[in-house]
Design a protein around this ligand. Sequence first.
Ligand code: HEC
Length: 133
Amino acid sequence: MPGRLRTLLVIVGVLASAGVAAEEHPGRTAYLRYCSACHGTEARGDGTVAPTLNPKPADLTRLAANNGGTFPFTRVQEIIDGRNPIVAHGRPAMPVWGEVFGHEAAASTVAAPAQTRGKVQLIASYLASIQAH
Ligand code: HEC
């Protein structure tokens, strides 16, 4: 019996981890950490501090719909990064994540830009995966 029980527990464990892997996008953790306070856990612009903000945080599930049905990958990455003054102009309410991620990156200044880009790309690809249709 204990042997069968253990086998059963292993199977349940494997199924559970497969389920998590299938539905949880790897960028969601970073999204929840850096973005959800303002944009909300489901990215609909209703985070806990949203009521105190003016302008209101955008509904990030509508980025594709607002762009003729195509997710504007490059523009979204530039908005998140925030260091391109032309794209960032008019968004004083958005933190400049390119700087934050740069400070958080490894002490190696050689690797830091790549790590910053990687994080921005990961979050952008998470947003691409949750677009409303
Ligand atoms: C301090 C609150 C705050 C945080 C944290 C925040 N944002 Fe924003 N964000 C805003 C506000 C407010 C706007 C809309 C007003 C504006 O454009 O300035 C916005 C706009 C945006 C837009 C532009 C939407 C459009 O239609 O043009 C994108 C994309 C975006 N945020 C992504 C993110 C991502 C990704 C993160 C996490 C890495 C994040 N934001 C974190 C406040 C925040």
